[in-house]
Design a protein around this ligand. Sequence first.
Ligand SMILES: NC(=O)c1ccc[n+]([C@@H]2O[C@H](COP(=O)([O-])OP(=O)(O)OC[C@H]3O[C@@H](n4cnc5c(N)ncnc54)[C@H](OP(=O)(O)O)[C@@H]3O)[C@@H](O)[C@H]2O)c1
Length: 327
Amino acid sequence: MKAYNWGILGTGNIAHKFTRALILLNNAHLYAVGSRDAERAAKFATEYRITRSFGSYEEMVANPGVEIVYISSPHTEHLEHTLLALRNGKHVVCEKPMSVNASEVNIMVEEARKQGLFLMEALWPPFQPSYIKADEILKSGKMGRLLHMRGKFAFISPYDPELRTYNMKLGGGSLLDIGIYPIMDILRYMGEPDSILAASVLSPTGADESTSVIFKFGDGRMAEAYSSFTTMGGVSTEFNCEKGNLIHTRGRDRNQHLVLEFPNDFDDRIFTPPAQGYQYEAVEVMNCLDRGLTESPVVPLSFTLTLARTLDAVREKTGIRYPGRDR
Ligand SMILES: NC(=O)c1ccc[n+]([C@@H]2O[C@H](COP(=O)([O-])OP(=O)(O)OC[C@H]3O[C@@H](n4cnc5c(N)ncnc54)[C@H](OP(=O)(O)O)[C@@H]3O)[C@@H](O)[C@H]2O)c1
């Protein structure tokens, strides 16, 4: 089995979680970490026994040993950091959202294609065992046709203009941070809608505290997505089909629960594997590279572009504006 040298770009919250997941994989070698600050990089390297640490992203991506760069900077920095890695000949996994608007995502996709390198948005849920099981059930025909979906991702993150999640210069707001997940689900299972209705509640910085979106399809199907930093709404996606419902939730225990409901067979809990398995997306990246692929068939770049265009359309309707980065 070929082992790949990973380089972690950025040392924030998700970089820690993703690095801990990489440790679980025999073919992932924690080779390098780059930070804007040399001491932070060195501390991170010591904590996870990473071979090399660098006090700048430029040095890290230029190192010939690095093969895959994991971009964990804030959304607004993804474009610059992804291009930096690709232009240094590295494969890239970039945190979600790929960038703050679709035209920037297009630039990233074109660069990866030009360089013949792998690029994937770090949309981890489709690689989770519970998600794969949900796919299997929905595709089996057991539930009948999928007519309606309702997805939500909401938790309380008190207002603080200094936080990344409320700072518009860093792409703040619930839509791009967490609303992206229910919207991803809806696009994956129902396709692109014919029309979108949407509204947001904006915080004093202009970041959306909460966003609600309704998707309408020409053939009568509908879907709703909700994201919020002001309610304990939790994380779930409900699939309402002709013959029953499938409910996919992340419980308070942080495990994923899949519940099937039929009129005569209610609340049949069938699957509770662990959540937050970031290793599954890393496995996908290395499997793709083993097969010589430059994108994942599960989260292809065409999907990332559709998702970015949909998020743009929602922002257009709700008045979420990123200074100088709207389109
Ligand atoms: N997949 C998931 O489940 C998940 C979960 C949370 C977040 N995310 C995504 O991951 C990205 C980072 O989120 P996070 O919560 O990890 O953020 P965070 O804790 O603020 O960390 C971001 C890191 O990016 C680096 N950075 C580079 N340029 C920066 C700038 N101008 N301002 C601030 N930091 C900068 C910093 O590392 P250095 O100082 O070391 O350079 C910082 O520690 C976001 O795009 C978010 O959507 C994904």
